[in-house]
Design a protein around this ligand. Structure first.
Ligand code: 5GP
Length: 194
């Protein structure tokens, strides 16, 4: 997705050989026009999948997921990272190690919002080692629902997330695939046509 790759090059910054900062348009300030197009593109990749719900994880997954769910005309559910006082019992939960924060989060989803009738599209902002996606898949399984696939805004293809998910039989669609962040430079698997 050219618009996304341009945003990464022009507005992102490489923090280290394996961490990209995109606070300018995705993780802190949100470029709503770009997010609309991201949602549209994600939906087009899963067009024939008969999705009934989009599932993501707070907080950075919410913006791209909102746009996709709105286009699909289905509800968006986000897993919470911190325990909510209003959701106590009847929850699905899974342990997810946070790559950027280097801490374990127990993600939770109320069982009111996922059921065995659901066919779920999982969306997240980044795919690195696959922990967040696997935690969300675990939640879908606990609900007896099925996974339509995993939609990712930015995949760091040099980390093993995609491989793990594909080995388990899940379809992964990523809008930008980064081959390397070495030398403070973003190299994509598919470079932009100039
Ligand atoms: P994973 O669970 O696949 O190891 O990592 C994905 C999660 O960690 C995403 O939800 C995202 O919030 C965060 N993450 C992983 N790598 C990066 C990165 O390079 N930059 C940013 N901003 N977040 C990342």
């Amino acid at each position: 997705m050219d618009q996304l790759q341009r945003a990464i090059i022009e507005r992102g910054s490489v923090l280290s050989d394996d961490v990209l900062k995109v606070d300018q348009f995705l993780n802190h300030q949100i470029d709503t026009n770009l997010m609309m197009n991201i949602g549209r593109e994600l939906v087009s990749r899963f067009q024939d999948s008969k999705i009934t719900k989009v599932l993501t994880i707070e907080s950075s997954g919410i913006a791209p997921s909102f746009m996709a769910a709105n286009k699909l005309d289905v509800p968006l559910v986000f897993a919470r990272k911190k325990k909510s006082l209003t959701v106590k019992d009847n929850i699905y939960s899974s342990g997810v190690y946070s790559y950027t924060k280097q801490e374990m989060n127990n993600i939770t989803v109320s069982n009111s919002y996922l059921s065995s009738d659901d066919h779920v599209l999982i969306i997240d902002d980044f795919l690195a080692h696959g922990n967040a996606a696997l935690g969300l898949i675990d939640v879908v399984k606990q609900a007896g629902a099925s996974v339509a696939g995993v939609g990712i805004v930015i995949e760091k293809s040099f980390q093993e997330g995609r491989e793990i998910l594909e080995k388990e039989g899940y379809r992964v669609e990523s809008l930008a695939r980064i081959q390397s962040l070495e030398g403070s430079k973003v190299t994509f698997l598919e470079e932009l046509a100039t």
